[in-house]
Design a protein around this ligand. Structure first.
Ligand code: AMP
Ligand code: GLY
Length: 426
């Protein structure tokens, strides 16, 4: 069977590597793929948002299964289009992808079905939002309703900052139509956990928990990025908390989507905060997280294609999700200047120290030029180690990072540090 992956980042490289292990799969196509995926799949320069071309390609190349990994094509209805062409797919349809596409939708859903989340108010009118902010307590969180490349969440320390965020969204339209509705939300505190869970709309199977590191600099300072590194499992996420999340968050979310006539099939990503009042949902994503997937998939024992196929065929309950023991750590090597502007086309060298059996160097923003590997994006590589303990995985990942070079390379030196401070965190 030929399999198609829509996307071209570190997450897609991680998915492709695991799919490659399945003997039923002949060719893997990646649209558009990247310099690393090109080593194990055929990369084709079709953008992840070019849905008509994707469908046409899939038809012409006898694709028997498609994995739509990136958020934009999911929100735009890539799965609906592929299904209409008779191609089985992993990923939610457009109706269900709204759980990520609109924060106003997801907040209303959680409110209606009693799923724990920060309290909030929604506004389309600036004067009403400002009146609300005058009476609010601070800090407070202002979010654009729609997708905003991770820049649509502002934690405002005072009224002035919050008002500027609201104005930027509602009257200055700085986030385009994504900011037509703003969500003003209670500020929560506590360790954050990401849980990627497979669901076929009936049962739900969480994979190993993990922790992202969203800010660009050590100590969680600087602007938000797509994620500068991840560790798994997340030691703050105990068995007791996992059970509570299953009962109060995961199953209720799957049921809620079904009741709304928006059956969710695919990977449902729960961004959680473990507050003093219990776990709460910070955000949902309608797809595998990145870089989380790069830390999670090396710990998955069950064949990935078997799982993705069971989701599509709505028989996930028949397949057990088995995990390897141990821990993993993924350190993202990013271009100098990221998440702001950065140079592309710089040669990358990956030395011996990053080629050991316990290390995987996932490619995100890379390309092949005249046979050589060059940078082609903000997040360039995800250098991932697995080991018996988190402490060892972190140490090994950083040893491998030392063997990787490109001009301007920046990375956080504290991936896993907060996790190692958790009770029982080594
Ligand atoms: P999001 O794009 O919704 O994941 O938000 C980005 C980051 O902003 C999250 O990972 C949190 O660190 C932070 N954040 C979002 N919502 C809240 C909240 N209600 N309270 C505190 N921090 C938040
Ligand atoms: N790492 C966060 C995300 O994938 O949205």
């Amino acid at each position: 069977m030929n399999v198609l992956i829509v996307g071209g980042g570190g997450r897609e490289h991680a998915l492709a590597l695991r799919l490659r292990e399945n003997k039923e799969i002949d060719t893997i196509y990646a649209l558009p793929g990247n310099g690393g995926i090109a080593g194990i799949a055929e990369c084709v320069p079709i953008g992840a948002k070019e849905i008509d071309r994707i469908v046409e390609f899939a038809r012409a190349h006898n694709v028997g299964f498609a994995v739509v990994a990136q958020d934009d094509p999911l929100v735009l209805g890539a799965v609906d289009a592929l299904h209409a062409a008779g191609i089985p797919c992993f990923g939610p349809d457009k109706k269900a992808a709204i759980i990520e596409g609109s924060k106003a939708f997801s907040k209303r859903l959680m409110h209606k079905y009693g799923i724990p989340t920060a309290s909030c108010a929604l506004f389309t009118d600036e004067a009403e939002a400002v009146a609300y902010l005058k009476k609010a307590s601070y800090p407070i969180v202002v979010k654009a309703d729609g997708p905003a490349l991770g820049k649509g969440v502002i934690i405002a320390g005072d009224f002035e900052e919050a008002m500027q965020a609201v104005r930027a969204m509602l009257s200055e339209k700085r986030f385009g139509s994504s900011g037509d509705t703003v969500v003003i939300e209670e500020y929560l505190t506590g360790p954050e956990v990401s849980v990627l869970a497979l669901t076929d709309g009936h049962s739900i199977a969480p994979l190993v928990s993990c922790m992202d590191h969203k800010r660009v600099f050590d100590g969680d300072i600087g602007p938000n990025t797509g994620g500068m590194g991840a560790i798994a499992p997340n030691p703050y996420y105990t068995e007791r908390i996992a059970k509570e999340c299953m009962e109060r968050i995961y199953l209720p979310t799957v049921r809620a989507m079904r009741e709304e006539g928006r059956v969710f099939k695919g990977c449902l990503y729960f961004g959680l905060m473990l507050t003093k009042k219990g776990p709460m949902v910070i955000e949902y994503n309608c797809r595998f997280g990145d870089p989380e997937t790069q830390a999670v998939l090396p710990l998955l024992k069950t064949d990935l294609f078997t799982l993705l196929n069971a989701v599509e065929e709505e028989r996930l309950s028949e397949v057990a999700v088995e995990l390897h023991p141990g821990a993993s750590c993924c350190v993202v090597a990013a271009s100098g200047g990221y998440p702001g502007s950065y140079e592309k086309g710089l040669p990358i060298s990956i030395g011996e120290g990053a080629l050991a059996g316990d290390i995987i160097v996932y490619h995100a923003g890379t390309a092949l030029r005249e046979g050589g590997l060059v940078t082609a994006g903000g997040r360039v590589l995800g250098i991932t180690a697995t080991a018996k303990t988190l402490e060892k995985a972190v140490a090994r990942a950083y040893e491998a990072v030392d063997a990787v070079r490109f001009e301007g390379m920046q990375y956080r030196r504290d991936i896993g540090k907060r996790a190692l401070m958790a009770p029982g965190g080594s």
